[in-house]
Design a protein around this ligand. Structure first.
Ligand SMILES: [Mg+2]
Ligand SMILES: [Zn+2]
Length: 741
């Protein structure tokens, strides 16, 4: 580009000086609107062609490297500056001396076999030296020009591939095995390169990673750490007269099944490995001032993380609990903030190494301190799925437990003192985990379908009426967890979540819970009703299409008659699905599927309708399906048919089965949803990254203002209302809460 922008004779920019001065990007602009004569010396310019990264053709003549360098050398510093060439002289683009990196940059590896393996860079440098030597010899003996030219080109190739082995016009230099060599450029870019692989993302010490699995019996504040990991990760403890005996015991106890210590560090910094042979001597040796790197033990503060780390709660502090087996164990209530499930998800564990770090993690990052989400001011550490179903089954009116069943459940929640009876109600058992003076009324989600359960009434810590369901325990709503956290503090709330987990899961485990195809049975009456709704829709739509064809369809203002028709059909389709949903919700008897839908545990009547009523209108980009063949979606239909079925209306349901073309429309719709989802996650991920980069150095100062790193005020009051949503009730702060804060 520079060669095209300057004169072939005088090397001055091919434009008047003042024009160059006014250009934003002179090289780009000069290169595009090339002048045919030099405005400075009048020389006629020739067509310059870029061929390979190292060869240029001007007119019909190939330019030599020396000629190119000469032209660049002739540019004045002034002109170079005017053309915004920065970082050095333009002729520096052409090397006259090849710098050789020292061996620390390209270390050789000695394999176990004693064989030496050289770094790729060394291989490449050897090539350069060898060819250079050959070129020198051939020049000395006065070899013919074409031989010199060949060797010259080969030398150029080796130097080019030393710089980068991924130049599109050059074949990559290969190892004997056929593997392409990794040269200078390849060390920097890409994910494994110096920047992304070694600088931005480094491997971290005192961390572990393995598959996660659930454990309802550990607290949300705990994490189950496999013994194998605990024996690898250590916590440094400074020996003093108070802890020396305990540390000695730990060192001696260390074995395959017991935590011990890996190293002791003397005052002078000398590190000694603890082995079963020398541990007795080490115990004799240590005294105040030594550091013992003991294994991770129960109660140690660790930090857990699941990627992608999209919000604050993606990293939380947990207290270690050393366990057998090889997975990290999590309480189920923390799967929500981590967005984890147990289909093979892995998580990372970190062990803070200083007391400051441990204390900070415990005070700010402990799970219970993050129950309330800073995003929406309601619990994000909450119950879902079987928890909800379980606590509904536990608290519904007719649930009774025998003395033996109740004894086990009360044992699980640490209650030993209770009246001996023949029978216990579920509400009674749940009341044991509620704070004694709690008074609250919670609208239930079950109440929408079962009016007798409309309100869960808690009086003096006893559940009097209603059920505990999604509204009381589920994410974002969690009215019960919310009120407990707000009035009794996070530790009480954590305890409540732990205990409700155990009660709910014990209940659902003993009760047994599964679904069957027969749970989707409808009465003949309901089936007929749905069928007639569907056929009425078909005939209404056909009539509207006929009106449209006759030009009698009344247009919605601002819309064409075709759009009017499409909108009306879509709108009616939605109404049909709703009507079917309504019929089904009134018709279905209470069963497992319905239980999940009404308690908010999983699924909805829309899902149930699609399973046993009708799937409904499939759409692409918000419109009825119209793509495919000429004037029709599939060859099954006539051209121009605007009726429901050819345009993606599915009147069958998943239980009955779909026609092949219905299945195809359903797959089209599913594919659109899948693509939208993946595009959306990528898009919003990138937007979040940009926001984080822009906002990362803003902070709330002690005077309440938000300032950047230069102390500029960004906001006079944080968030313009001064509310920390993590300490609010869904973004609102009541007088009572404000007073407590
Ligand atoms: Mg998963
Ligand atoms: Zn000129």
């Amino acid at each position: 580009m520079i060669l095209r922008s300057i004169c072939r004779k005088c090397s001055r920019p091919l434009a008047e000086d003042e024009d160059v001065a006014n250009m934003k990007s002179p090289i780009n602009e000069l290169y595009k609107k090339k002048r045919h004569t030099c405005p400075h010396c009048g020389e006629k310019q020739k067509e310059m062609e870029f061929q390979k990264p190292t060869s240029f053709r001007e007119g019909k003549v190939e330019l030599t490297t020396e000629e190119v360098r000469q032209r660049l050398e002739m540019m004045s510093d002034d002109d170079a500056a005017k053309m915004k060439i920065k970082g050095g002289r333009p002729e520096w683009f052409i090397l006259t001396i090849l710098p050789v990196p020292p061996v620390t940059v390209r270390p050789s590896i000695t394999l176990e076999t004693g064989e030496r393996s050289e770094d790729d860079l060394t291989h490449k440098l050897v090539d350069v030296v060898r060819i250079n030597e050959r070129l020198r010899k051939n020049l000395e003996i006065g070899a013919p020009d074409f031989i010199i030219a060949d060797i010259w080109e080969l030398l150029q190739y080796h130097v080019s591939t030393l710089m980068s082995n991924e130049i599109s016009t050059l074949p990559p230099a290969r190892h004997r095995s056929g593997r392409a060599l990794k040269t200078l450029m390849q060390r920097l870019g890409k994910k494994e390169g110096r920047f992304r692989g070694n600088l931005s993302g480094k491997r971290v010490n005192f961390s572990a990673r393995t598959v996660i699995s659930p454990d309802p019996y550990i607290s949300i504040n705990e994490i189950g750490v496999p013994m194998e990991i605990a024996k690898e990760l250590t916590v440094p403890i400074k020996v003093n007269k108070n802890n020396i005996d305990e540390l000695k015991k730990i060192i001696l106890n260390g074995s395959d099944t017991h935590p011990g210590a890996n190293y002791v560090i003397r005052q002078d910094g000398i590190r000694k490995k603890v082995t079963s042979e020398n541990k007795k001597d080490i115990v004799e040796e240590i005294n105040a001032g030594y550091i013992v790197e003991r294994h991770l033990m129960d109660g140690d503060i660790t930090i857990m993380n699941r990627q992608p780390s999209l919000h604050r709660m993606s990293m939380m502090a947990h207290k270690a609990r050393i366990m057998p087996f090889r997975t990290i164990r999590l309480n189920l209530a923390v799967t929500i903030p981590y967005n984890a499930d147990f289909d093979g998800d892995e998580m990372n564990l970190h062990v803070p190494q200083t007391e400051e770090a441990q204390t900070e993690a415990q005070m700010l990052m402990l799970v219970e301190k993050n129950i309330r989400s800073p995003r929406y001011g309601r619990p994000i550490i909450a119950c879902k799925h079987d928890h909800i179903t379980g606590s509904y089954l536990l608290t519904k009116d007719d649930t009774r437990f025998t003395a033996a069943e109740a004894a086990k459940m009360l044992f699980l929640i640490g209650i030993e003192d209770y009246p001996i009876k023949d029978e216990y109600s579920g509400k009674e058992l749940l009341s044991y985990i509620l704070p004694k003076d709690l008074n609250v009324e919670i609208k239930t989600s079950t109440g929408e379908y079962l009016p007798e359960y409309e309100y869960a009434v808690i009086k003096n810590g006893a559940l009097k009426r209603g059920v505990i369901d999604d509204n009381a325990l589920g994410e974002k709503k969690a009215k019960l967890i919310d009120v407990i956290e707000r009035t009794y503090g996070p530790d009480t709330a954590a305890k409540f979540i732990d205990n409700s987990t155990r009660l709910a899961l014990e209940t659902i485990t003993n009760h047994g819970f599964s679904i069957a195809i027969s749970d989707l049975d409808l009465s003949t009456h309901a089936k007929n009703k749905i069928e007639s709704v569907i056929s009425e829709y078909h005939s209404t739509a056909n009539k509207m299409i006929k009106d449209y064809r006759a030009g009698k369809l009344e247009k919605t203002s601002g819309l064409s008659s075709e759009t009017t028709l499409e909108n009306k059909i879509l709108q009616m389709g939605g109404m049909v699905t709703n009507e079917a949903s309504e019929i089904i919700s009134k018709d279905m008897p209470m069963n497992s599927v319905v239980t999940m839908a009404i308690t908010g545990a999983r699924g909805s009547f829309v899902n149930i309708t699609q399973m046993c009523g009708l799937v409904g209108q499939e759409s692409l980009e918000g419109e009825r399906i119209s793509r495919g063949y000429v004037n029709r979606t599939l060859s099954h239909f006539e051209q121009g048919d605007m009726s429901l079925t050819p345009k993606g209306f599915v009147s069958n349901n998943y239980r009955k089965g779909l026609h092949p073309f219905e299945f195809f429309f359903d797959a089209m719709n599913s594919r659109e949803n899948l693509m939208d989802k993946s595009l959306h996650t990528r898009h919003s991920g990138y937007m979040e990254r940009r926001l984080i980069n822009a906002l990362q150095d803003l902070r709330v100062e002690y005077d309440g203002t938000v300032r950047d790193s230069k102390n500029h005020i960004i906001q006079f009051v944080a968030g313009e209302d001064g509310i920390d949503p993590a300490k609010s009730d869904a973004g609102e702060v009541s007088m009572e809460m404000a007073a407590r804060l």
